[in-house]
Design a protein around this ligand. Structure first.
Ligand SMILES: Nc1ncnc2c1ncn2[C@@H]1O[C@H](COP(=O)(O)OP(=O)(O)OP(=O)(O)O)[C@@H](O)[C@H]1O
Length: 272
C-alpha cells in the first residue's frame, strides 16, 4: 500500500479536526476526497504529507511510518500541491519548477533536472511562459506552475511517489481542469498514485477510482464513484437536492446537477 492511514486523529485548539480516520491509497490509484467546507479535507492531506503529525494513529508511506522518515526521504515519496500557493518572490516559472528538485541534491544531475523541468512545464502547458516572472502570472497559470514544481519533486526521485493535490482545479478554466486531472491520472497509471481534494462532484466521478466522503472530521463513505454518489448521500452530506444520473451515457460514471441550478431562470436574476 502506498499510503496507509490507520485510525488517525488530529486536533487543534482543544477540538478534534479529524477523528478515527483510516484510509489507504494503492499504487496506480486515484482517490478523491469530497466533503463540505471545513470537513477536514486539507487537514487530512497535510497529515498524509507528514506536514503535521497525528495525535493518535499512524500514517504509513510506502510501508514506513512517516514519523520515522527524514524530510529528504519524504520529499521523494510524496509531493503536495497546497490550496493556495504564493508567488511573493521574483523567480521565473522554470526556476520555480526546478525548486521541486532541490531535495534530490546530487542524486539528480543538473541535466536530468533540466529535462524533468522541461517535461513538467510541457505537461501543464507552461513551456511558452517558462522565462516569465511568476509574480506576473494569472491565478490559473501560477497554480499550474506550482503543479509543475510538485511533479518535478517526484520525478527528481523515483518518479512514482504519491501526488497530494488540494483542489488542483480551483483556478483553472474548463479545458485546463481536464488537463490537470489527466496529468494526475497519467501519474497514477505510470506507477505512482494520487490523493486529491475536489469540490466538483462531476470531475470527481470522472477521475476517481475511489471517492472518500469526509464530514465533520470523519469518513462517511469510501468506495467506487457509482457506489458513493447518490441523491441520498448528497442530501445527507451537503444538504443538497440533486438531479442525479446514475450512469452518464458518455462517461459511464454518475452525473450530478444541483436542483438550484436545474430549471433556474438566470434571465430573471439579471433582469433581461
Ligand atoms: N490550526 C487550526 N486551529 C483551529 N482550527 C483549525 C486549524 N486548522 C484548521 N482548522 C479548522 O478545522 C476544520 C477543517 O479545516 P480544513 O482546512 O481541513 O477543511 P476543508 O475540508 O479542507 O475545508 P475547505 O473545503 O473549506 O477547504 C475547519 O473548521 C477549520 O477552521
Amino acid at each position: 500500500m502506498m499510503l496507509d492511514m490507520q485510525h488517525v486523529a488530529f486536533g487543534a485548539n482543544g477540538r478534534f479536526l479529524l477523528d478515527d480516520v483510516s484510509l489507504s491509497v494503492a499504487r496506480g490509484e486515484v482517490v478523491v476526497i469530497i466533503g463540505p467546507n471545513g470537513a477536514g479535507k486539507s487537514t487530512l492531506l497535510r497529515l498524509a504529507a507528514g506536514l503535521v503529525a497525528p495525535v493518535s494513529g499512524r500514517v504509513l508511506l510506502g510501508g514506513h511510518d512517516l514519523a520515522t522518515l527524514s524530510d529528504a526521504r519524504k520529499a521523494g515519496l510524496r509531493a503536495m500541491l497546497a490550496q493556495n500557493s504564493p508567488a511573493h518572490a521574483r523567480f521565473t516559472v522554470r526556476e520555480l519548477a526546478a525548486m521541486g528538485g532541490l531535495h534530490a541534491g546530487r542524486a539528480c544531475s543538473a541535466s536530468a533536472l533540466a529535462a524533468h523541468v522541461h517535461a513538467a512545464l510541457e505537461l501543464v502547458g507552461l513551456l511558452p511562459m517558462a522565462e516569465r516572472d511568476i509574480t506576473s502570472l494569472s491565478g490559473g497559470e501560477r497554480q499550474r506552475a506550482h503543479y509543475a514544481r510538485v511533479l518535478v519533486q517526484l520525478r527528481a526521485a523515483a518518479g512514482n511517489g504519491l501526488l497530494l493535490l488540494d483542489e488542483p482545479v480551483s483556478a483553472q478554466d474548463l479545458a485546463r481542469q481536464g488537463l490537470v486531472l489527466n496529468v494526475a491520472r497519467a501519474h497514477a497509471r505510470q506507477g505512482g498514485a494520487c490523493l486529491m481534494v475536489l469540490h466538483d462532484l462531476n470531475w470527481a466521478t470522472c477521475v476517481a477510482d475511489r471517492i472518500v466522503v469526509l464530514r465533520n472530521g470523519r469518513i462517511e463513505a469510501d468506495g467506487r464513484p457509482e457506489q458513493i454518489v447518490s441523491a441520498t448521500l448528497l442530501r445527507d452530506v451537503f444538504g443538497l437536492e440533486t438531479e442525479h444520473v446514475p450512469v452518464h451515457a458518455r462517461t459511464g460514471r454518475p452525473f450530478v446537477v444541483p436542483h438550484d441550478i436545474v430549471g433556474h431562470d438566470f434571465s430573471e436574476q439579471y433582469g433581461e
